[in-house]
Design a protein around this ligand. Structure first.
Ligand SMILES: O=P(O)(O)OC[C@H]1O[C@H](OP(=O)(O)OP(=O)(O)O)[C@H](O)[C@@H]1O
Ligand code: HPA
Ligand SMILES: [Mg+2]
Length: 180
């Protein structure tokens, strides 16, 4: 285990099974395909890649880049759009794919922003839900795991851009982020 990790919260196997479950739920809602998955950079990259590969319908992908955490373990509360979509989503079936809902600031902002472009359906698929920390009124349609109020990393999630490559999701030791 990485020495910055206090405890493994979700193993590779648990994540893999959950990704399959979530992709089945999405397919059930959109059996005819032509779904656009919108990955939110950078945290959702690994999740969206795995999710997409377990969907045997026509799916396309696009990305948005936003950042509210920067190099910190706390949200700034301000969402900055760093990259917008490449394609039009009007009248399309769209699923926003996120790694985590924490305060909800990022997803609330993105949901309203994309809703204004009149997609036929706009859903949210989120691997982790840290409900205790919620400030913004937003709920995902597809949720992987509810997790406790701990700063987690791995499977795409970072602290100061590190640990995204861990294959599991682990709780970061407090001394790693408290000393910054
Ligand atoms: O619910 P919230 O409190 O808004 O937090 C969730 C968001 O914060 C993280 O992104 P971050 O800004 O760290 O960018 P990253 O994906 O590039 O790591 C995470 O990937 C979510 O997008
Ligand atoms: O617990 C977290 N880990 C990594 N990034 C995050 N962004 C919001 N919450 C978290
Ligand atoms: Mg981050």
């Amino acid at each position: 285990m990485n020495e910055a990790i206090r405890e493994i919260l979700l193993t590779e196997e648990e994540i893999k099974n959950k990704v399959r479950e979530l992709s089945n739920q999405i397919i059930k809602d959109f059996p005819d395909g032509d779904v656009i998955l919108i990955g939110i950079l950078k945290g959702s990259v690994i999740f969206v890649a795995d999710l997409m590969r377990s969907m045997n319908i026509n799916v396309t992908m696009d990305f948005m880049a936003v950042s509210s955490y920067g190099m910190s373990s706390n949200t700034s509360g301000i969402v900055r759009i760093l990259k917008d979509l490449d394609f039009d989503i009007e009248d399309k079936d769209v699923v926003i794919v996120e790694d985590i809902i924490d305060t909800g600031t990022t997803l609330k902002y993105l949901y309203e922003y994309l809703k204004a472009r009149n997609p036929r359906n706009l859903k949210i698929c989120c691997l982790l839900d840290k409900a205790d920390r919620r400030k913004a009124d937003i709920k995902a349609d597809y949720i992987g795991f509810s997790i406790p109020d701990e700063f987690v990393v791995g499977y795409g999630l970072d602290y100061a851009e590190k640990f995204r490559n861990l294959p599991y999701i682990g709780i970061l030791k407090e001394e790693v982020y408290k000393k910054d």
